[in-house]
Design a protein around this ligand. Structure first.
Ligand code: FE2
Length: 267
């Protein structure tokens, strides 16, 4: 059996602090063989910096970092992305874009492969088809292991449902990210793939997907562009999923992780 702990998008400083302060508790609680964390919003709420990945690497033991549409928001990251072999970029970016498309992790005679894909519906991106990319990538990964985990970073629940059913039985788990709102539809699909539409986030719970409501509300009311700022005070939450795979690489169990912390200020 293989146990995997997947943690949803870390939103800025509260997301980082939650992980720095509580990751060891999560390891004790779930005893995972492998850990995966989505970090595309880790720097100021959008993007990634070298300094932050260095700090994560120093302080917590994460096996794979997944990302999404905000992976390039901090200009400098393009320069460093190949430097971090644990950081994945969505595999359906064009071939000439830098960054790793998958990661094979081996530990204690257990192996998993992790990949990241970006949805196209309502995402404002024009990438390769995630369905086609998934099929060719999975063929390659299957030569290494049957234990394949996909972070599908997408907005539309329908696109996430569709990819999950398209790949049911071909991969071990499909975990949705990007909306930051944890869905209550975790399940093992008919042919054995563990699935959730969205794993949720790590940040301030009563917020607009992790951001301060002030500008978010103004944006909706005025229809004018407003900068989203990370919300840094209030009840905090760590969200994700805990998955167990059987010896054939099928999902055995998927369970939501949702832990609240009454930490009011993150500065
Ligand atoms: Fe995203």
């Amino acid at each position: 059996m293989i146990k995997i702990l997947f943690i949803g998008d870390l939103i800025g400083r509260p997301g980082r602090k939650l992980i720095f302060n509580h990751f060891n508790e999560l390891l004790e609680r779930y005893s995972p063989d492998f850990t995966i964390v989505n970090i595309e919003n880790v720097a100021g709420g959008m993007g990634i910096t070298k300094k932050i990945v260095d700090e994560l690497e120093k302080k917590v033991n994460i096996d794979v970092y997944t990302t999404g549409n905000h992976v390039w928001d901090k200009k400098e990251f393009e320069k460093y992305v190949n430097h971090f072999e644990k950081v994945l970029i969505p595999a359906n970016y064009p071939d000439n874009v830098p960054g790793n498309r998958f990661k094979i992790c081996k530990k204690n005679n257990k192996t998993i492969a992790v990949a990241n894909l970006l949805g196209r519906a309502l995402m404002g991106v024009n990438l390769e088809c995630p369905f086609k990319t998934a099929k060719s990538l999975i063929e390659k990964l299957k030569k290494e292991t049957e234990n394949i985990i996909i972070d599908f970073h997408a907005e539309a629940t329908s696109e996430k449902n569709a990819l999950a059913l398209y790949l049911d039985g071909y991969v071990s788990a499909i975990i949705g990210t990007h909306t930051h709102i944890q869905t209550a539809d975790e399940r093992i699909l008919d042919k054995g793939t563990a699935y959730i539409t969205d794993a949720g986030m790590c940040g301030i719970y009563n917020s607009v997907i992790g951001y301060d409501e002030k500008n978010a509300i103004k944006k909706f009311i005025t229809q004018m562009p407003k900068k989203y700022e990370v919300k840094t005070s209030g009840r905090a939450v760590i969200q994700g999923v805990f998955i167990e795979l059987d010896d054939r690489g099928k999902g055995n169990k998927i369970e939501r992780v949702k832990i609240f912390y009454w930490q009011f200020f993150f500065y």
